[in-house]
Structure formats: C-alpha cells, structure tokens
Design a protein around this ligand. Structure first.
Ligand code: ZN
Length: 341
C-alpha cells in the first residue's frame, strides 16, 4: 500500500537527519500543510463515500505513525546535543576523567599473602583486637612480670587483664587452645602498641601471624616457607637473611630480614643505614606454649611466625613512611620506583 511505502521512505530519511533544523524541514516535507501525507489525506475528499470511509482511518494511522517517528528522532537528537554540551563544558572547565579508587595497600598485601598460604594448605583465621592478658602474653610463655613485657608497650583497657592486642600471636594462642593438630593457620590483624609515631613506627600497625603444628617440624620447614613466601611476593631475585632473635614463645627464634627495597643494601633512611629491613619474627614453638595448649611437646612440634605487615606493604608499593598507610592522604604512587636517600 502507498501509505506503507511512504512510511518506509520516511523511516530511512529520518535516520540520516542529525539536526533539529533538518528534522523540522523533513517534517514539513511529510506532515506539513503541503506535505506528502497531508496531500494524500486531502485527496481523500475526491473519493466516493464508501472508499473515503475505508481509506480515511488508514491514512489517519499513517499520519500518527509518521508523527511518532519524528517524536522519537527528536528525542534522540536532543539527548546527543545535551551530551555534547556537557562534554564541551567539562573540557572548558579542565575536568579530568573520573579516576577509580584502589584497595588499600594493606588489604592488597593481606589478599596476596592469603592467596599464597591457601595454596600452601593453610586456613585463615581472625581473632579479637581486645584481648585478655592470658591469650596475648601468658599462653605465649610471657608470665606476669616477665621482662619480655617491656618490649611491648601495651595499651590496657582494664589493668591488668584487658588490653588491645600487641601482636597477632594472641590468635595463635587461641588457635592452639581451640583446634586439634595437625594444623596450618595464618591470621592477619591489626595490633596496637604505645609507640612514638615516626617514619618507621606507629601505634597502630598490622601483623600477619602463621602457625604450623605437625608431628615433625624443623627450622628447615620454616626457612623453606619463608623463602617461598619472599620469592612469591618480591620475585625470585629477592635477597633475604635470617638472624638469631629472642622471642619468649619460640625456641630458637629467628628474624627474617630483606635487603632494603629503597637502597638495595647501600644504606638509606628507610633501612636506617643498615641496608636490610626486619620483616618479622619466627621460630620453633616453645615446648611450654605447646604444653599450655594441652599438647605433648614430645608428640607435636611446630613453627610460628609474625610478619610486620606494614613493612611488607611498604616494600611492595615503595611507600617510605609508615604514616602514609593510616593517613587520609592517598597521594602516594603505588608503582613509582624513585629512590629517596
Ligand atoms: Zn635502605
């Protein structure tokens, strides 16, 4: 039918129109007083009555459909114009494209470590930040009045028993008390100590604790785990060393150091001129700690480690001031590699 042919033509022509002025001109061509469709409607007057009755409603419908095509295209052109105007305004104001955020370096480091330890067969556990003296100290072979307590300036909520945990070893103590070995567990968490805040120390920081209890475990297993861990996070070229350390909950105790990420061993303010950064503490679980957990130290052996998570994040993201991690200014560049001296 002629009406449908006209609509098809209009439909293809209307798609090619991109301005409101051209659309108005096209509207006049089809629906204006002298337009193609209006001419057909006018011509109906010449037809016999019967035919007029038949054709009239059909052309009315054609007219409505044509108008709908114009309305739709007009809305599309308006939307495009508004978008273009907004873009132009944004450009004139010097706006930059929206930058998406990123996960906090500590969160990213925890996730990376969790991923690795899950692959090594560990479970992940958490524990309370408000702890009791028993789980933060006593069960880790630090009885009241033990000189090792001086190493950790503790925040007490209620002296002498309720405190903010100073180490995630408290989660280790809870794991040993509540779960039967063999077990392999890691525990990330926030810890608190009354430290003077400076570039390297904060009173709020993060630990990542690991505990393994098996019928047979030796220092070789611990060193192997640490080597795999350092290489997974910092690459196969990473340089590490182990030093003898004293921690009451382990015997013997060791501390893994990593060559300074900032100066590569020559000495700088980040590593306090030493060339190495202390990344945590570790050792074989003290028989007394196993005994307090109800385990026979002749049957069960274990190793435990605590990583200074903030240092791990700082080394991964080249952050040279620990305060950055808890500050509101996220202006650091996680991937820049400029050294500072
Ligand atoms: Zn250094």
């Amino acid at each position: 039918m002629l009406g449908n042919k006209i609509l098809d033509e209009l439909s293809s022509q209307i798609k090619a129109v991109s301005t409101e002025a051209d659309l108005t001109a096209l509207w006049h061509k089809y629906l204006g007083r002298e337009g193609i469709i209006k001419a057909q409607i006018k011509a109906l007057a010449q037809l016999p009555l019967e035919e007029k009755r038949q054709q009239g409603p059909l052309w009315q419908q054609i007219q409505e459909q044509a108008q709908a095509l114009f309305d739709t295209r007009a809305a599309e052109i308006r939307a495009t114009n508004e978008e273009a105007a907004w873009q132009a305004e944004a450009q004139s104001l010097g706006l930059v494209p929206v930058k998406l955020g990123h996960l906090h370096p500590i969160t990213q480091t925890i996730r990376k470590l969790n991923e690795l330890f899950i692959r090594l067969g560990y479970s992940i556990m958490e524990g309370p930040e408000i702890e009791t003296d028993e789980f933060c100290f006593q069960r880790l072979n630090v009885p009241p009045d033990h000189p090792a307590r001086d190493m950790q300036d503790t925040f007490y909520l209620e002296e002498p028993n309720v405190l903010l945990r100073t180490q995630t070893s408290s989660i280790e103590a809870r794991v040993l008390a509540n779960y039967a070995p063999p077990l392999k567990v890691v525990c990330p968490g926030r810890v608190y100590r009354n430290e003077t805040v400076n570039k390297s120390n904060h009173f709020i920081f993060h630990h990542y604790q690991g505990v393994v209890v098996m019928p047979k475990v030796s220092l070789v297993d611990l060193f192997g785990t640490f080597t795999a861990l350092f290489q997974a996070i910092y690459g196969p070229e990473v340089k590490i060393r182990f030093r003898n350390k004293y921690y009451p909950e382990v015997e013997p105790g060791v501390g893994p150091d990593m060559q300074c990420f900032n100066c590569h061993g020559t000495g700088c303010s980040v590593c306090k001129g030493v060339g190495w950064i202390e990344m945590g503490g570790a050792g074989l679980i003290h028989p007394k700690v196993l005994t307090m957990a109800g385990l026979d130290p002749r049957e069960w052996h274990g190793f435990a480690f605590g990583l200074g998570l903030d240092r791990w994040a700082m080394a991964s993201y080249n952050i040279t001031d620990i305060r950055t991690l808890l500050g509101g200014n996220l202006g650091y560049k996680p991937y820049h590699h400029e050294n500072i001296v």
